[in-house]
Design a protein. Structure first.
Ligand SMILES: Nc1nc2c(c(=O)[nH]1)N[C@H]1C(S)=C(S)[C@@H](COP(=O)(O)O)O[C@H]1N2
Ligand SMILES: [Mo]
Length: 202
């Protein structure tokens, strides 16, 4: 049998398996709800709300002085593109937790990330510990552009990309899970791309 396929346009084949429903994207699309935030390095500050323990903050210079990690990873967006073999540089969130004096025994099970501009997204604490989440400032060996969340964004590569807050500003811990911006608008509370947890009920 003859397969006609699509005339003229064919997506490149991914070099390895990607999650169900995704396509291999060789570029880097920009996906922002609302305007691009313009945050200078000197205005950027990252804060962990320690509840009764007050707040602990880091400046751009603090970030630069912390141990840096090169991250080579795949990214899966709920709008169905997957970017493979992307390179990032930044600081493991575990290092921030250590410097904030947070031990292994964080009492709360969830946290909320907040961005400059007000974007929020929720994650289980377990999903951002042990080398799973980073505050990154370089993509492909260059500073991250404002469109992609520079000067500093999150990457949490094992979950859909909406969990990776651009222009990351702060985190606070929560006793119970609560929805962030997209989660309140129909996106899944957890968002595992390998289980296709795109929307409520998936
Ligand atoms: N602050 C903020 N972070 C955000 C978003 C946003 O709108 N605002 N969009 C999310 C979504 S839905 C995706 S897919 C990725 C897109 O990142 P990119 O524009 O660098 O591809 O950022 C995530 N982080
Ligand atoms: Mo997204």
């Amino acid at each position: 049998m003859l397969s006609r396929g699509f005339s003229g346009f064919r997506r490149p084949q991914p070099p390895r398996e990607i999650p169900e429903g995704q396509y291999y994207e060789t570029g880097f699309p920009v996906l922002t709800y609302g305007p691009t935030e313009r945050v200078s390095q000197s205005d950027w500050k990252f804060t962990i709300d320690l509840g009764e323990g007050g707040f602990k903050s880091w400046t751009w210079d603090d970030l630069m002085a912390m141990p840096q990690t090169d991250i080579h990873t795949d990214i899966h967006c709920v709008t169905k593109w997957s970017m493979l073999d992307s390179d990032w540089k930044g600081v493991d969130l575990d290092v921030f937790f250590e410097q904030a004096g947070l031990g292994e025994d964080i009492a709360e099970d969830y946290l909320m990330f907040r961005s400059f501009g007000g974007y929020t997204t929720n994650l289980p604490v377990a999903d951002v510990r042990g080398g799973k989440a980073y505050l990154v400032h370089e993509f492909g060996g260059e500073p991250i552009t404002p469109e992609h969340g520079g000067p500093v964004r999150m990457i949490v590569p094992h979950l859909y990309f909406w969990k990776s807050a651009k222009w990351v500003e702060s985190i606070r811990f929560m006793d119970e899970d609560a929805p962030g911006f997209w989660e309140a608008n129909g996106y899944h509370m957890y968002g595992d791309p390998w289980k296709e947890q795109r929307y409520w009920g998936d």
